[in-house]
Design a protein around this ligand. Structure first.
Ligand code: NAD
Length: 334
């Protein structure tokens, strides 16, 4: 069994060990209520009941390309996720810091967990509406499998969607939810999947064309735009999550942003504006703005683990299925 008493630290696995996966591991190393027991990337995985050493995992991944080389607990594998699950080592919850390329990749990973008989909490920071819709349609299977799946739990979707759900409480009717994000990263290679997925939202590109681009082609595109991607009217799951939570119809939600891939400074302040009508008939706008010093990694990994903790509490109460960041309040992880 994968369950353990409530007062024990939560045993966490991180799937995908790129930019966000490594940031997630670093963040966990300062927590007492959670610790990292498993990590997987495209070429291997590592597991330790006592906990993995974050610095060693990152050093091994960066120097050799996979946590599978970590001595003595790493294993090389081309099916790292399936092989890690098949070890049946106890893990209470996984953060899926994986690229969602193709657009059904993360839903297919969820299927692997369902098939395996593993029970626990899964959290993703998935971005596309159509990907979240695929996961929402798996509700009954997740429920029957004893999995509590928390979807859309990064920054956007995630923190900003939850902020919109909270802001909506002042209004009798929501007219508009407008999310605008600014991301600054020093080099695009640190977050290849994030950048590729963002390119997939640009006019003339799709998930498939972005996925098929070589690194050299991504660099050539970024050279043309001086490293800056400007994104408008993105297919972002904040819309379906707010609709599913009963807050407003999806056509009232817009998401766009600017990503600077050559500068760690944010090109603009990330914010969500929620406009609505109060019960007295006044039209107003609430604005929630993230501090410019907070990185994408902080605003994605913090909420992801906050939702993992909330998901764990639901799981322990026997509540399984799928929930989004707009429905559940994240719990603060100490
Ligand atoms: P990355 O490219 O830096 O790293 C991806 C990692 O996944 C690598 O370690 C790679 O080896 C691993 N991987 C790839 N295929 C795998 C497989 N089949 N099995 C096991 N591991 C595999 O990615 P990133 O930039 O950190 O982004 C991760 C995800 O986070 C993306 O899907 C991105 O869209 C999402 N994201 C969400 C938000 C949000 O606010 N919701 C923000 C940023 C990024």
């Amino acid at each position: 069994m994968n369950t353990q008493p409530t007062n024990q630290p939560i045993r966490v696995g991180v799937l995908g060990f790129g930019g966000l996966g490594q940031a997630a591991a670093k963040l966990l190393s300062s927590k007492g209520e959670m610790f990292l027991v498993a990590a997987a990337d495209q070429q291997g995985y590592a597991y330790s009941t006592e906990g993995l050493n974050t610095q060693e995992c990152i050093k091994t991944y960066q120097s050799q390309g996979s946590v599978g080389y970590l001595e003595p607990v790493g294993r090389l594998s081309n099916n790292s996720i399936q092989d890690l699950i098949a070890t049946t080592q106890p893990v209470d919850g996984y953060f899926l810091a994986l690229p969602n390329l193709p657009n059904d990749f993360i839903p297919s990973v969820a299927q692997e967990f369902i098939k395996s008989g593993w029970r626990g909490v899964l959290v993703d920071a998935i971005k596309r509406t159509s990907a979240v819709e695929q996961l929402l349609s798996m509700k009954d299977e997740l429920q029957a499998a004893g999995i509590t799946y928390m979807s859309g739990c990064g920054a956007t979707p995630g923190l900003l969607t939850a902020a919109a759900a909270l802001a909506a409480q002042s209004y009798a009717e929501i007219h508009k939810v407008e999310i605008t994000f600014g991301v600054g990263i020093a080099n695009w290679e640190a977050y290849r999947a994030t950048v590729r997925e963002d390119i997939g939202h640009m006019p003339g590109y799709s998930v498939e064309t972005a996925r098929a681009m070589t690194d050299a082609e991504v660099e050539a595109l970024l050279d043309k735009t001086n490293g800056v991607l400007t994104l408008e009217n993105m297919e972002h799951a904040d819309d379906v999550m707010l609709e599913f939570a009963g807050i407003c119809s999806r056509d009232r939600v817009t998401v766009g942003g600017v990503v600077d891939t050559r500068n760690a400074k944010k090109p603009l302040s990330t914010n969500v504006q929620v406009t609505g009508r109060t019960f007295e008939g006044k039209i107003s706008t609430h604005t929630f703005t993230l501090g410019d010093e907070t990185s994408m990694a902080a605003n994605v990994c913090g909420p992801a683990f906050g939702y993992l903790k909330a998901g764990r509490q639901l799981h322990q109460r026997g509540i399984y299925g799928i929930f989004t960041a707009a429905e559940i309040m994240p719990q603060f992880v100490k």
